[in-house]
Design a protein. Structure first.
Length: 146
């Protein structure tokens, strides 16, 4: 059992290491973040990756709820497509008005075509192909658990 004061230690380390919400390069060239976490040598633990993922998913879901209130009316597969795209693009998803209009109207062919006819599709390659197929058919396409 530890005998040191954990609250004071955190305050001291925060003072000495700083508390940063963004990645930075420390004084010896190591990529760091948080309270002096050496990401170059230590990276992230699985539970930290999962926590970041959970926070990012919650943020993507809240964004869709605020911006595209109709998205929850889609079936499970198409909701996952919307979540995948929102996770990847955040508010840039709103820059796809033809895609969004087609998806809202249930015009899956047009929605799929709009997804593929974009700079985003060129940037993400196979991901866009797979998601567009899922949007078109409403069936999981080559994804884990399909």
């Amino acid at each position: 059992m530890s005998t040191y004061d954990a609250v004071r230690l955190k305050a001291e380390l925060t003072r000495d290491e700083d508390r940063r919400s963004r990645i930075y390069t420390d004084t010896v060239g190591k990529v760091s973040g948080g309270i002096g976490r050496n990401l170059t040598d230590n990276g992230f633990r699985d539970n930290e990756i999962d926590l970041m993922y959970q926070n990012d998913i919650a943020e993507s879901e809240a964004f869709l709820d605020r911006s595209l209130t109709w998205w929850r009316g889609l079936d499970d597969v198409r909701q996952r497509v919307m979540m995948n795209m929102a996770f990847n693009m955040s508010s840039r998803l709103l820059g796809f008005p033809k895609f969004l209009a087609a998806a809202r109207q249930g015009n899956w062919s047009a929605a799929s075509d709009e997804m593929l006819d974009s700079v985003w599709a060129k940037q993400v390659g196979e991901r866009a192909q797979r998601l567009a197929q899922m949007m078109l058919t409403g069936v999981s396409s080559g994804s884990p658990g399909a």
